[in-house]
Design a protein around this ligand. Structure first.
Ligand code: AMP
Length: 553
């Protein structure tokens, strides 16, 4: 497909905000292209370069993009910065300079979608010394051949800010519409493949049956099951006829795949973290009895005596790609198994929790302090449940998971088969949407952060107050570094950033406030920790903020 043809769709999408219209436009696009092209087009529709499970980053942020635009079109950096300030959009900035360029390209030729993706994917492979120049070359090559509208979308795709409003939900429904299959089946298939490109292709070539027949493959991540929050143990307990209670540990989700000797570890966001945890690989080989299986676990950091430590300690290990051996001894971990997807050719996801837990107990050979089964009880006695809860809190655990023993494993859906119970005045997971550069001693840092809750209906992030305390100098520096890459607009000291970073925030009270779009303000918000394991879609919602407010009254 010619990239200019794809851009016609992008422009149509950008012109509407109506979900159904967007779905229809995307469905039309999917129907137009061949099966081979569909894999990339399904990602391109969302402005993605890779499927979400691929942990790769093109590594071009705002500043570098500005430089590339100026070099591609012979404009000065100052001119580019000014145009960017005026438009607030680097895509439109590139479009403007492309239209008015001083240097005429001699080698003008049509660009294809495939070419754009080839170059953009090469960006993430371009590392090491001199990589910035090579990256610039790859994007410039596209920009000099591009028509103005193409330049707009090439730039936006590169910096991962598409502004056309197409998310996974639209793509799911568009696949369903284009190929006459149900949205639920498309979603279930996605939970097994984690790639809408592949799902679209199967839907087109094999229809609903093909989607149903997708098998679990050991070594390929599966979408995990999530929990709803419950306001109290009583409430959670009353939801199900048969209940299992488990300690809710505060670590990171580890999906462990064993295929003979080959072990793979995926995070909650389904990124491959195997290399970061060599000891987990070793233990999984030793402690998982079946030849092939997939289990769900929580991996926590522990101190010398084997007691769990808070999450912050662990984030170093999750992110780090070097010095792994040193960190392994500095921050020892422990694996706590709690669920099961698959054992030796048999899919356990459709079986109830009672069956899954029983099987899990059979297949895990515990290794003291290192590889264990999570603490799990099955009871219909609220008093016993409460004792279990209080014990968990005394041991500084986060709280409890209350699980429906009769429910299957429901990936990716907050359908209420698991509930988490934590202490009241719980912290909120909020998204940073703006910041203000500090003054004086703090002038190198973005030192005041505007926080927001999520509105799941519109996908918007609604402001709920500024936070400037609770952070160490190190954390200020870290947050500034992260935010600089996400800046979409600067006005004086104020910067607007793409909503990406999730932080856990404590507070004294929730108040009504007309000042913020959420309608609520947090009193004395303070930073508890970064939530690198969470994406903005996992942040707390406006609904939850309202509920907490009402409860507090
Ligand atoms: P939250 O991150 O607050 O949404 O809580 C859900 C997370 O708790 C899961 O994604 C797991 O990483 C973690 N977790 C800790 N203990 C358990 C457990 N026993 N069962 C399920 N999830 C657990």
């Amino acid at each position: 497909m010619k990239y200019s043809d794809l851009c016609i769709y992008y422009e149509r999408l950008e012109e509407t905000t109506k979900n159904l219209e967007m779905r229809d436009i995307v469905a039309e696009l999917f129907k137009e292209v061949s099966s081979d092209e569909l894999e990339v087009i399904a990602l391109a529709a969302m402005g993605r370069i890779y499927p979400s499970s691929v942990d790769k980053d093109v590594g071009i942020a705002g500043k570098l993009m500005q430089k590339i635009i100026s070099r591609a079109y012979g404009a000065t950096q100052k001119e580019v910065v000014e145009k960017f300030k005026e438009t607030g959009d680097l895509g439109k900035t590139a479009e403007y300079f492309c239209r008015n360029k001083r240097q005429r390209s001699l080698m003008k030729k049509d660009i294809t979608v495939e070419k754009v993706f080839r170059n953009l994917r090469s960006l993430s492979e371009t590392v090491g010394s001199g990589s910035e120049g090579r990256k610039e070359g790859l994007v410039k090559e596209l920009l000099v051949s591009a028509e103005p509208v193409e330049a707009r979308y090439i730039v936006r795709t590169t910096i991962q800010e598409m502004r056309i409003g197409v998310g996974e939900g639209t793509v799911r429904d568009a696949i369903a519409k284009a190929f006459g299959v149900s949205s639920d089946k498309v979603e279930d298939a996605y939970f097994k493949l984690i790639d809408y490109g592949k799902v679209a292709r199967i839907a087109k070539e094999e229809g609903e049956e093909g989607l149903e027949d997708i098998e679990i493959e050991v070594g390929r991540p599966l979408m995990v099951m999530l929990a709803e929050r419950s306001e109290s143990l009583e409430q959670a307990f009353g939801e199900y006829e048969n209940v299992a209670l488990e300690v809710k540990l505060d670590g990171f989700r580890g999906q462990i795949h064993k295929d003979g000797d080959r072990i793979t570890l995926f995070s909650r966001r389904l990124e491959d973290k195997t290399e970061q945890f060599p000891e987990v690989v070793e233990w999984a080989r030793e402690c998982l009895k079946p030849d092939r299986c997939i289990i769900d676990s929580e991996i926590v950091a522990v101190d010398d005596s084997g007691k769990p430590l808070v999450f912050q300690n662990l984030s170093k290990r999750i992110q780090r790609k070097y010095d792994i051996e040193r960190l392994k001894s500095e921050i020892p971990v422990q694996v706590n198994c709690f669920d099961l997807f698959f054992v030796d050719g048999e899919n356990y996801m459709e079986k109830d929790l009672r069956t899954r837990w029983k099987k899990l107990c059979e297949i895990v050979k515990e290794k003291e302090g290192k590889f264990r089964l999570v603490e799990h009880i099955e009871t219909d006695d609220l008093e016993e449940a409460n004792k279990f809860y209080q014990k968990a809190l005394r041991e500084n655990q986060e709280g409890l998971m209350v699980k429906n023993l009769d429910a299957s494993y429901q990936p990716g859906k907050r359908v209420g088969y698991w509930q988490k119970v934590k202490e009241v005045m719980e912290p909120l997971d909020l998204v940073i949407v703006e910041g203000i550069w500090g003054e004086g001693k703090r002038s190198n840092w973005i030192s005041s952060l505007m926080l927001a809750v999520r509105d799941p209906d519109t996908g918007e992030f609604l402001k709920t107050g500024k936070m400037a305390t609770g952070m160490t100098e190190e954390e200020f520096a870290e947050i500034t570094r992260k935010m600089e890459d996400l800046i979409v607009k600067e006005e004086g000291r104020r910067v607007k950033v793409r909503p990406e970073l999730v932080v856990e925030v404590g507070y004294e009270e929730i108040q009504k406030s007309p000042k913020y779009k959420s309608g609520y303000a947090l009193r004395f918000p303070r930073m508890i920790r970064f939530r690198y394991n969470k994406s903005p879609e996992d942040a707390d919602t406006i609904e939850r903020l309202k509920n907490l407010y009402n409860k507090q009254k």
